[in-house]
Write a protein that binds this ligand. Structure first.
Ligand SMILES: Nc1nc(=O)c2c([nH]1)NC[C@@H]1CN(c3ccc(C(=O)N[C@@H](CCC(=O)O)C(=O)O)cc3)CN21
Ligand SMILES: CC(C)C(=O)C(=O)O
Ligand SMILES: [Mg+2]
Length: 290
């Protein structure tokens, strides 16, 4: 199997082949995505919440993301690996953005980085990273890193101004050099409009049909506890299955049903005899010195 290339990804929409992207944050997640045959894996900053337990994506650091990204890289052979650059790691300057992107490429083997937003400063970062020779995936619509400024985790493109802004940002992000664009939490009809004017693949999450889809692995597996976004479809009940398995283990330990004979090592008779003799000698010694 050969590694997915940017050229191939870019050609998929014209061939009528939807692009499949899923997040991964560790080696087993990457192996599972790989074995399932996805086209792209995203080391999302959603990992701040799904695997690191933060209550938003905002506090996660580059060093933390790199640990996740390296593990995903070790498990990924054919899928194209995109890494989210976390909040604060590109905001200061174009130079900072390029240095951050380079770290994801050189120290984690990222095939591309994803940068949120379509405002002027974001476009400048995008151009700078692309100019450094690093492919960039754009991300517009609901951009969780700056959700406070958007008024919370809310769908975008629902007012006239917001819909117009999405069209402007989609084109600007493409012109800045993005190789594809993730669009999050936008009405499907708006996504359709954007698709009609874009040349690069549009990958949707909560944005209706697009050239591809992305979902958070832990959401689709049913590992995420509590409420998930409206756009999540749960394809498994892995969270419940995990709790049941651990609860059954706990119960068998407490009832002494585990470990049973099949999980025991057989002793060699001479070794057992020797251990018993030694224990007897030591016990006698202990009694004598008391
Ligand atoms: N587990 C997980 N899944 C995600 O999809 C995800 C993360 N974490 N963390 C980073 C961001 C945050 N995202 C979110 C989080 C919440 C909503 C949400 O609850 N939306 C509401 C309100 C929509 C509205 O008011 O317009 C919803 O009902 O969908 C959406 C996207 C998407 N990303
Ligand atoms: C939801 C996707 C697009 C993302 O950015 C993430 O998982 O962090
Ligand atoms: Mg993200």
């Amino acid at each position: 199997m050969t590694r997915m290339t940017l050229t191939r990804l870019t050609e998929m929409p014209a061939q009528g082949e939807p692009i499949v992207m899923v997040t991964a944050y560790d080696y087993p997640g990457a192996r599972a995505a790989e074995r399932a045959g996805v086209d792209m894996v995203l080391v999302g900053d959603s990992g701040a919440q799904t695997v690191l337990g933060y209550d938003s994506t905002v506090g996660v650091t580059v060093d933390e993301m790199l640990v996740l990204a390296r593990a995903v890289r070790r498990g990924t052979e054919t899928a194209f690996m995109v890494c989210d650059v976390p909040f604060g790691s590109t905001e200061v300057s174009d130079e900072q953005a390029v240095e951050t992107a380079i770290r994801f490429v050189t120290s984690a083997g990222a095939d591309a980085v994803k940068i949120e937003g379509g405002g002027e400063a974001r476009l400048s970062r995008l151009r700078a990273v692309v100019a450094a020779g690093i492919p960039v995936v754009g991300h517009i619509g609901l951009t969780p890193q700056t959700a406070v400024a958007l008024g919370g985790m809310r769908a975008q493109g629902r007012s006239v101004a917001s819909a117009e802004r999405l069209v402007d940002e989609a084109l600007a992000v493409q012109d800045a050099g993005a190789c594809c664009i993730v669009i999050e939490a936008v009405p499907a009809e708006i996504t359709e409009v954007l698709r009609s004017i874009l040349d690069v693949p549009l990958i949707g999450i909560g944005a209706g049909p697009a050239d591809g889809q992305v979902l958070v692995l832990h959401d689709l597996l049913g590992v995420t506890e509590g409420a998930t976004a409206k756009f999540v479809k749960q394809y498994g009940a892995v969270g419940d299955a995990t709790v049941s398995a651990i609860a059954e283990y706990a119960s068998e330990v407490r009832s002494a049903a585990f470990p049973s004979d099949e999980h025991r090592y057989a002793a060699r008779t001479d070794a057992l005899e020797a251990a018993r003799n030694r224990a007897g000698v030591l016990a006698a010694h202990r009694d004598n010195t008391r």
